[in-house]
Design a protein around this ligand. Sequence first.
Ligand code: SF4
Length: 158
Amino acid sequence: MLERVVVPSRLSLIQRGRQTLGYNPDLNTWERLAEDTAEVLRWLRAGRERTGLAQHLARRFGYTSGGATERLDQILKWCVLRFLLYLEREPVIRPGPPGPRSPIAVYWIATQACNLRCTYCYQESTVARSHELTTAEAKNLVDQVVETGAKVLVITGG
Ligand code: SF4
């Protein structure tokens, strides 16, 4: 498995405090990552020698040698299923037609404020950020999104 996986060329690992988010912009997929999963993706993305990865996991996270190999296999499969890694080759993603293009959808994370504390919240929403938009600014933003020609505006967050 380790030798067969391919790292997406634009894979991003976004750090928020102690949490890492894996993002594959080519397929617009993202996932919150366990610490050892983030470490595996960091290692692969850096192009380090793959044969040293299981040993590195064992040292860093205290796995036994066999445990590290097993955990590494689980991580690789999980990443492939969630499109954070590819198997064998990177797919050809056809570019859209030439010329100016409109976004299909715009996601706006309107606020960080939330009175819930869901464990799976990748936003880690708690209180509003100091620079969130006012109502007037928000209306202006909606006008700007309409001007781009986007078909969908998703308002989310909080
Ligand atoms: S923003 Fe959504 S997912 Fe996050 S804590 Fe609030 S309700 Fe839960």
